[in-house]
Design a protein around this ligand. Structure first.
Ligand code: FES
Length: 351
């Protein structure tokens, strides 16, 4: 039997399945409430049960909840399970800036080379920590000498046991050189995040076009995995552009999504295919390919992530094809080799 949970201040309602915590049910339904440890200790997820009852695993109050707080209806929603329909009060996260960035240690628990110049790094936080983020946001890796390198989170928030990065090798890059030269699993790093205002706007009714250039696929992947998880059924069209076939480093993944979800469509596009690519797909700049398929962009929300040249050209041309500025969200991956600050300070939306 499932239970209905209503957030009083917003009127947002969702259902919890048996055994689900209020937080798990909210996230599965695309509603974001604050959390950190997900283990009942930090109290970040605290809210109030206005009507109804909750219980906790093993019948014990979690360590972060004082019996006096529980007596007046306070609850830790990461562990609290509904015992019937609930009315609750809790803060909702609606914007990237609603989640306070934190500096945390992390460990590289897995490395996988996805392409000749792209390495997947899976980062694990200490056991008592989870990083809350919105799909599409990024983190900074804090280097020992004070510099930072920015990487999008490629996983969706519901799979936050590890943080997935797609690191592209930049010759002379302060972090990526190390990743490709001598980094080993178990390496210790420090990160700061979540950062940026590039995230999926779930409340819009419009169909979605997503445009990725190279490792711009990373935040788009997080957004799409989140969209599938919460059952978003708006039409979604992904365009992934790269130079040659070897740069489409996870091409099979969106192909599998397209086979599984009727409302998802995938087009890959190469700008400089190699003879050995045997490529019979689109040869064009990726944003031109979008415009060939959709010459009128007025009905769409558009999300794009990738190199500045792609983002700049697409912003200009998409506006000429009717895309309102408030329906464009983009993350421009700046490239710097030895800049003293973050590689990618500009994670932006047009709003
Ligand atoms: Fe830390 Fe719930 S998220 S106590």
């Amino acid at each position: 039997m499932s239970y209905r949970i209503t957030i009083e201040s917003s009127g947002h309602a969702f259902t919890a399945e048996p055994g689900e915590s209020v937080l798990e049910a909210a996230l599965r339904n695309g509603l974001v409430i604050p959390y950190s440890c997900r283990g009942g200790t930090c109290a970040t997820c605290m809210g109030k049960v206005v009507e109804g009852e909750v219980s906790y695993p093993d019948g014990e109050l979690p360590p972060g909840l004082d019996p006096k707080e529980a007596a007046i209806g306070q609850a830790l929603f990461c562990l609290a399970r509904p015992e019937g329909d609930l009315s609750i009060e809790v803060r909702e996260v609606r914007d990237g800036g609603d989640i306070e960035p934190r500096k945390l240690p992390c460990r590289v628990v897995r490395m996988e080379q996805l392409a000749h110049d792209v390495m997947q790094l899976d980062l694990k936080l200490p056991d008592t920590e989870r990083l809350q983020f919105l799909p599409g946001q990024y983190i900074d890796i804090l280097l020992r000498d004070g510099r930072k390198r920015s990487y999008s989170l490629a996983n969706a928030p519901h799979k936050d046991d590890v943080l997935e990065l797609h690191v592209r090798h930049v010759a002379g890059g302060a972090f990526s050189d190390k990743v490709f030269a001598d980094m080993k699993e178990k390496a210790l790093l420090r990160l700061e995040g979540p950062l940026g205002n590039f995230f999926l706007r779930e409340e819009s009714p419009r169909p979605i076009i997503l445009v990725a250039g190279g490792t711009g696929f990373a935040p788009i992947k997080g957004m799409l995995e989140h969209a599938f998880y919460i059952g978003l059924d708006r039409p979604m069209h992904l365009y992934w552009g790269a130079r040659s076939r070897r740069d489409l480093y996870l091409d099979a993944l969106p192909q599998a999504w397209a086979a599984e979800h009727v409302h998802f469509h995938y087009t890959s596009c190469l700008s400089e295919p190699l003879p050995e690519d045997d490529w019979d797909g689109a040869v064009d700049l990726v944003h031109n390919r979008v415009l060939r398929d959709f010459p009128n962009l007025e009905p769409f929300d558009v999300y794009m992530a990738g190199p500045p040249g792609m983002v700049h050209a697409a912003r200009r041309d998409f506006a000429r094809h009717g895309l309102p500025a408030g329906q464009l969200y983009y993350d421009s991956f700046e490239k710097a080799v030895d800049a003293p600050v973050s590689l990618r300070p500009s994670s932006s939306s047009a709003q």
